[in-house]
Design a protein around this ligand. Structure first.
Ligand code: SF4
Ligand code: SF4
Length: 238
């Protein structure tokens, strides 16, 4: 079991935390992140017994041109998803390096699916708590700037950073583009609010099962993404 670490952990050096936060964010943006936000998670308890204080939410935008062609160029979209996964790993290393060199503890959060395809603490939850966007009717995170066209990752830390103002309301309004785009009616059309059950928004089992059915034919799970493409938020004009 990991040792219990106090939120007020002392380090040997005198640290300018505000400067560290700014420099780390600038470096992440310079290295390719589309956004970086900070969520106060001091009210949450984690099974590792560490009193995490802040969740750093990092967003890496997809290439919008590839997203716009994802239905006709499935393999290219799948390849792009893999590439953004690798690029995100580099961003996570940058983030951890900044924090650890100043004596803070970190943990990259992996959204481990529990039975029922649910996670105890999700990247989406971190991003909304950081004030970066909301959860769409599609159950995808919708960033104000990039819509759903973004990969999310989260780093937990005990660094006493300043946090953003959580988003607690959907901005989807009357839009139902993702509902219409799903060929299997997996998206139910409900509006998100903090605490809503994922099942009220999306039949994730259906989405998962249908995409898995393509594995024998394609050699990988169908990435689909029609709901990502359909969302008008963050669409780019070329
Ligand atoms: S990924 Fe495809 S199947 Fe799943 S909810 Fe989105 S549009 Fe529907
Ligand atoms: S397509 Fe419309 S309803 Fe769906 S997530 Fe985007 S804004 Fe919300």
């Amino acid at each position: 079991m990991a040792p219990k670490v106090s939120r007020g952990m002392k380090t040997n050096k005198r640290i300018n935390v505000n400067r560290l936060q700014k420099e780390m964010k600038s470096q992440l943006l310079y290295s390719g992140a589309g956004f970086v936000g900070f969520a106060d998670i001091s009210d949450l308890r984690f099974p590792d017994n560490v009193e995490w204080r802040i969740a750093i939410s990092i967003g890496l935008p997809y290439d919008s041109r590839i997203v716009d062609r994802l239905d006709s160029e499935v393999e290219a979209f799948e390849k792009h998803l893999q590439e953004t996964c690798e690029s995100m790993e580099n961003l996570l290393k940058v983030c951890e390096h900044y924090l650890r060199q100043e004596g803070f503890i970190t943990r990259i959060h992996f959204a481990k699916n529990l039975p029922g395809l649910l996670s105890t603490f999700s990247h989406k939850m971190a991003a909304t708590k950081a004030g970066l966007g909301w959860i769409g009717k599609s159950s995808l995170f919708v960033s104000t700037e990039f819509g759903c066209r973004v990969r999310l990752a989260t780093v937990l830390t005990n660094a006493p950073f300043t946090s953003g103002k959580p988003v607690t309301e959907s901005q989807c309004g009357d839009c139902i583009e993702c509902v219409k785009a799903c060929p299997y009616q997996a998206i139910k059309g409900a509006t998100w609010y903090p605490g809503i059950e994922r099942d009220e928004l999306l039949d994730a089992f259906l989405c998962d099962r249908i995409r898995n059915e393509y594995i024998p034919k394609l050699g990988y799970r169908h990435p689909c993404g029609l709901c990502v493409k359909a969302c008008p938020v963050g669409k780019r004009e070329y």
